[in-house]
Design a protein around this ligand. Structure first.
Ligand SMILES: [Zn+2]
Length: 439
């Protein structure tokens, strides 16, 4: 049994001072009030929060950070740059980039990632000798970085809703048909269920024609199923033109929505869409820093939450990897759009930061007996956090204030340092060969 003591711990819906947490076998076995640490206790500084869940990631987009702002690129020119980066990656290069990216996530207090994986094949679209080589690289990357992964293998079949064949630069993402995708995903197995699990995704109603959507839903079984929904008005227009309904309605009629499903972005919704998402128990992954970076718009997060949808958060294209920033984006964007403060309480923001259920991980996201020992200690004495009310630390802290990160009982970050060493150097070594190569 390892015993931790912290001056502040997030328990239930708020902060308790002076708490001792006992950990054994990767689980929390006791949580108790203790006015001071005793010999044998490991002292965690600041406030201890449950480990964060990053419910939407494309690991390779990390190579785009700070490289897409020239000449005022639009969403579609950003996408061109993304294709250029994708074209440079092979399994070894992706392993290096994803390991560094997931290590950056660990530094930010993220203990589980939902990797929405669509970079499947060789640059010409032909499969690797091992057809899931890229997926296995992502699972191995998370293992090295010390965080859990739910690999959401994304079905990607067409260039648009009319079913046009993928553009040459989209061929790496694409399988010949939904049966071939499903057969490949069936071969994708986690060798260690404690660390990695397999889920599925439909890339979007642009990339998966309606006829293929029921097969994606069937492949999900009881596991997680994620899908990009209504990120851009153009996607809604195209879906209306092709099917005469919104993406949400199409996904609902195709059996995609439900308690295991997560709608990513959900930015441009109708009132009917919101009701359907709520009635089906679908979770939402809001990716605020990406949505603002790409000028997507502000989604109806408060309406979705009021309707009953669980709200989770994702760093998506990794313009920043900072779950505090994602949480604040949720509230601050609401403030700008509504003209009101206090749309999401600090407790609701912490709940959104810890949406592990969207990734199929039970017993995570809470500090309580029997739960996974995912603990994130955040300094309250930094230049950013000094003087803040611990109960409102989510409005002051950044990823740079994360001191210690424990994932399933294992210390991955201590004193703000990852066990792999200097994560900046790892990122540079992984990104430079990709971004200096000719497009
Ligand atoms: Zn995405």
């Amino acid at each position: 049994v390892i015993t931790y003591w912290a001056p502040y711990v997030w328990l239930g819906d708020g902060v308790r001072p002076d708490v001792r947490i006992q950990v054994y076998g990767g689980r929390i076995v006791a949580v108790e009030a203790a006015t001071s640490s005793v010999s044998g206790d490991q002292r965690l500084p600041g406030i201890v929060l449950p480990g964060f869940a990053n419910t939407h990631s494309h690991a390779f987009h990390r190579a785009l950070r700070g490289r897409t702002h020239d000449r005022g690129g639009t969403f579609w020119t950003w996408r061109e740059r993304m294709y250029q980066v994708a074209a440079q990656l092979d399994p070894a290069g992706y392993l290096a980039l994803a390991t560094a990216t997931y290590a950056e996530m660990a530094l930010a207090g993220i203990t589980a990632v939902g990797e929405f994986h669509y970079l499947h094949h060789q640059a010409d679209g032909s499969p690797y000798h091992e057809p899931n080589a890229m997926g296995h690289a992502l699972i191995e990357a998370a293992r090295r970085a010390g965080i859990r992964i739910t690999l959401l293998d994304a079905c990607y079949l067409s260039a648009d809703s009319t079913g046009r064949s993928p553009h040459p630069r989209q061929r790496r993402f694409s399988d010949p048909n939904v049966a071939a995708w499903s057969a490949r995903v069936a071969e994708l197995r986690s060798t260690d269920e404690r660390h990695a699990r397999i889920g599925v995704a439909a890339h979007s109603v642009r990339a998966v024609p309606a006829a293929a959507l029921p097969a994606v839903a069937a492949a999900a079984g009881d596991g997680p199923l994620h899908v990009h929904v209504s990120e851009q008005p153009a996607e809604n227009d195209e879906c209306q033109a092709t099917y005469g309904m919104s993406p949400t309605e199409l996904l609902h009629r195709s059996g995609v929505l439900g308690p295991g499903a997560t709608a990513v972005h959900a930015t441009h919704l109708t009132g009917t869409d919101i009701a359907v998402l709520a009635e089906t128990g679908t979770s939402i992954s809001i990716c605020g820093t990406t949505e603002r970076d790409l000028a997507d718009g502000i989604g109806p997060a408060r309406q979705l939450a009021d309707a009953g949808c669980p709200i989770t958060l994702g760093t998506d294209q990794h313009a920043v990897i900072d779950m505090f920033e994602e949480a604040r984006a949720l509230e601050m964007d609401e403030r700008l759009a509504s003209g009101e403060r206090g749309r999401f309480s600090p407790a609701q923001l912490v709940t959104a930061m810890t949406g592990h259920a969207s990734l199929g991980w039970d017993g995570a996201g809470r500090i309580a007996t029997g739960c996974r020992a995912d603990l994130v200690s955040v300094r309250l004495d930094s230049a950013r956090t000094a003087g803040c009310d611990p109960a409102q630390a989510v409005f002051a802290a950044t990823a740079a204030d994360v001191d210690t990160v424990i994932v399933d009982g294992r210390v991955v970050v201590r004193g703000g340092r990852h066990t792999l060493g200097d994560v900046g150097s790892l990122l540079l070594a992984a990104i430079e060969p990709i971004c200096t190569a000719p497009a």
